[in-house]
Design a binder for this molecule. Structure first.
Ligand SMILES: Cc1cc2nc3c(=O)[nH]c(=O)nc-3n(C[C@H](O)[C@H](O)[C@H](O)COP(=O)(O)OP(=O)(O)OC[C@H]3O[C@@H](n4cnc5c(N)ncnc54)[C@H](O)[C@@H]3O)c2cc1C
Length: 387
């Protein structure tokens, strides 16, 4: 079997790995460079402290994947087990946190809960009503994992055609049979998988006039230097602000989410001044010591692929043979995509059914409109039923 994967973000690369391991012939195309889409913009946080069992299962599998890549990459990539604290500073956030904690505990996630700061919390935090901590959570550098996988594909003779844009799909009798590259070259395959992230709905519309409930929206992050902050990554449930330790004294701080649809081919890639103000104000409310000495540095904005229920859209596009979708990871593709791509690879190889919660055809109307929702699935007040 030959599969074309369009997109070399975390979804495309991890899917390619699982397919290649199973003996499938794989060819990649990306209009940009390796991990050049949203994956390059990610803060790289990986957490098991989610609320839906299926997401937790996916993250567990992603962690196994990252361990495997680490083992095989000869030092190119390392999963940094930093641990992650979730902080709740309002009674509503405590309720959310505790509900999620109970789900996690039932699934044997190594997580602890405390009314107030857990022992792993750094000193000097103010107003913490509840917190959880999981030592298995951590940080993935998306470039490093991308480069480690690229090295694997080079060694296995897998074509990774970067800076080559897919400009259309080839069809025969209603079946997708390949792609058109740079407007001139045709490449045939048994299946074409669109791992095209925030571009996916736009591309489907351009190429086949087909709808997909996927809307790009914007999030921001920046580097932060601090001489006093030490310890695990932090996530403030009340504001969605998170801090990830990248290396000694250097952190990534993020959120700045704007629930407004964006054009993936033209959005503001630099940060907004309001984002810096929001970070500074938030830090001064609960970590005043850090807020007085920390310095915010280079910032950036990227896009997240929003879907109606914040679960991705995976599997065959209904009614179009040969066309497979693998997009819509919202704000948590680094942590969820590798696990879910293993499931998709099994469907491609042996038709093992995908979980219904992630299948494209769970929506009967793919042209539906929906409100965008921020952040990780754990922050949803009313997550859709999982089972
Ligand atoms: C600021 C920010 C912080 C984030 N932090 C986290 C985090 O801490 N943890 C986490 O889990 N997730 C995080 N995310 C989300 C995460 O980045 C995404 O969910 C994930 O990267 C999506 O991966 P993907 O492979 O689906 O898409 P992408 O990485 O966007 O890959 C899609 C690829 O398709 C290519 N493409 C599109 N059209 C074509 C075409 N016509 N021809 C060829 N190639 C094409 C693009 O160039 C791109 O490389 C964050 C995102 C942002 C913006």
């Amino acid at each position: 079997m030959k599969v074309i994967i369009v997109g070399t973000g975390i979804a495309g690369l991890s899917l390619g790995y699982f397919l290649k391991q199973a003996g499938v012939e794989v060819v990649f195309f990306d209009q940009a460079n390796l991990t050049g889409g949203s994956s390059a913009k990610a803060a790289g946080l990986v957490t098991l402290q989610l609320r839906r069992p299926l997401d937790i299962q996916a993250v567990r599998e992603s962690l196994a994947f990252y361990r495997l890549v680490e083992e095989k990459s000869q030092g190119i990539f390392r999963y940094r087990k930093t641990g992650l604290l979730w902080l709740a500073r309002s009674p509503e956030a405590v309720t959310l946190l505790y509900e999620a904690y109970r789900v996690q505990r039932d699934l044997e996630v190594p997580v602890e809960y405390k009314d107030g700061p857990v022992p792993a919390a750094p000193p000097g935090l103010l107003g913490i009503l509840g917190s959880t901590y999981c030592p298995a959570d951590g940080y993935v550098n998306p470039y490093a994992v991308g480069y480690a996988l690229y090295t694997y594909f080079r060694h296995t003779g897998t074509p990774v055609r970067l800076l080559e844009k897919v400009t259309g799909l080839k069809t025969r009798n209603g079946r997708v049979t390949g792609v058109i590259v740079n407007g001139r070259e045709s490449v045939e395959a048994d299946r074409v998988v669109l791992c095209t992230g925030v571009w996916t709905a736009k591309r489907l519309k351009e190429w086949l006039s087909l709808p997909l409930p996927l809307v790009p929206y914007r999030a921001q992050a920046a580097s932060l230097q601090s001489s006093t902050l030490e310890g695990p990554a932090l996530y403030d449930l009340d504001t969605g602000i998170y801090l990830v330790p990248e290396q000694a004294g250097q952190w990534i701080v993020g959120n700045g989410t704007q629930l407004v649809p964006q054009d993936p081919d033209g959005y503001k890639e630099g940060p907004d001044p309001e984002f810096y103000d929001h970070v500074s104000e938030t830090l001064s409310t609960f970590m005043p010591m850090v807020a007085t000495e920390a310095r915010l540095g280079h910032g950036w904005a990227g896009l997240l692929a929003g879907t109606p229920d914040q679960s991705p859209l995976l599997g065959p596009y209904p009614g179009v043979d040969g066309l497979v979708i693998a997009a819509g990871f919202n704000g948590s593709g680094i942590m969820r995509a590798p696990g879910m791509m293993r499931w998709l690879s099994e469907w491609i190889i042996s038709e093992k059914p995908l979980p219904p919660q992630v299948r494209v055809d769970r929506f009967s109307d793919l042209a539906m409109t929906f409100p965008l929702r921020p952040g990780f699935p754990a922050t949803q007040k009313t997550p859709p039923p999982d089972e």
